[in-house]
Design a protein around this ligand. Structure first.
Ligand SMILES: C[S@@+](CC[C@H](N)C(=O)[O-])C[C@H]1O[C@@H](n2cnc3c(N)ncnc32)[C@H](O)[C@@H]1O
Length: 305
């Protein structure tokens, strides 16, 4: 189903924002679209897509929903709905933006859509694991849009932050987000194959959401996820290709009291199996998500190559 397919076009008798919202929810359900890129249900996704496309806030007053749509607005909405339902393009890519840690980020298909549960740890100041220490140097490794490192820069206003990624296209998006959030004076954006361009640099806090999807999960990904860069997801047979390199090199880049926050999602069990001697901490994540490992420099020290 392509852009010119009318299958997912809302009928002309729909007049108001509310009509479009209701129709969109029905169409999402009928087509069994997948969620998980910022929402987890048809109602929130419809609200995000319809209100977002109309440049209206999500908490718009109720009367706004009864306002009628202009012809151009209907045309634009129909076009976006056809792509969301027919082509399974995630809403964040259609609107060019996503929310993370309460902040708005620009996204393009060059970056993963922000959704890391690391946001919840940032909201808690990574306590109690930082033990009251304010991180002065923070690395967001595999930064994509830069969402994690930028949220960290805003959480710790005196910290210097490095955003690193191997993808030039992702770094361009990250640079735009650094500018958008006005943190350019403290945030450096760096092209680096993992720690490759960071020789000699140490950090108090390394935040890392690397690719960690194993081969079986990659093969079963819903169509929506196939619009995301494979470079941001795939990590070999057991999902640990990147995590292994990160754990091997992290000791050379963490300060003595440093903390590594490493997201591995569904590959958590594989990580535990691969490193039976390491005491990973797996914090409870009340906002959802799983598979974020915490590990202190002292624990990793013995692994230094
Ligand atoms: C799961 S995405 C995370 C993006 C972002 N941190 C977030 O949470 O939304 C992983 C990122 O790792 C990057 N990446 C993949 N291989 C890499 C490597 N060898 N070195 C550095 N970055 C890499 C990808 O380009 C992608 O942006």
């Amino acid at each position: 189903m392509g852009k010119h397919d009318d299958t997912h076009r809302a009928p002309v008798e729909l007049a108001t924002v509310r009509d479009f919202l209701r129709w969109t929810v029905s169409a999402f359900n009928a087509a069994a679209v997948s969620f998980g890129h910022g929402t987890d249900n048809a109602w929130d996704e419809a609200r995000w897509l319809v209100l977002g496309a109309l440049h209206l806030p999500f908490d718009s007053p109720d009367w706004v929903l009864d306002a009628r749509l202009g012809a151009e607005e209907r045309k634009r909405l129909n076009g976006l709905l056809a792509r969301r339902i027919g082509e399974r393009v995630p809403t964040a890519y259609l609107l060019g933006e996503a929310w993370f840690a309460g902040l708005r980020f620009r996204v393009t298909p060059a970056v993963l859509i922000p959704r890391s549960p690391i946001a919840e740890l940032l909201a808690q100041g990574c306590e109690p694991w930082l033990d009251g220490r304010e991180p002065r140097r923070i690395l967001d490794l595999c930064c994509g849009s830069g969402c994690i490192g930028i949220a960290a820069a805003l959480a710790w206003p005196d910290a210097e932050v490095v955003l690193a990624d191997v993808s030039a296209e992702a770094l361009e998006v990250a640079r735009g987000n650094v500018e958008r959030h006005g943190v350019g004076a403290r945030v450096r954006v760096l092209a680096s194959d993992l720690f490759g361009a960071l020789a000699g640099e140490r950090f108090d806090l390394i935040l890392c959401n690397p690719p960690y999807v194993d081969a079986a999960d990659m093969a079963a990904l819903p169509a929506e996820y196939r619009h995301e860069p494979r470079l941001g997801l795939a990590a070999g047979a057991d999902g640990l290709d990147l995590a292994r390199r990160i754990l091997a090199d992290a000791p050379r880049h963490l300060d003595g009291n440093g903390l590594l926050v490493l997201e591995v999602g569904n590959s958590a069990e594989a990580l535990e199996r691969a490193y039976p001697g390491l005491a990973f901490v797996w914090p409870d994540l009340a906002d959802g998500g799983h598979g974020v490992a915490l590990i202190h420099a002292a624990e990793l020290g013995g692994m230094s190559v």
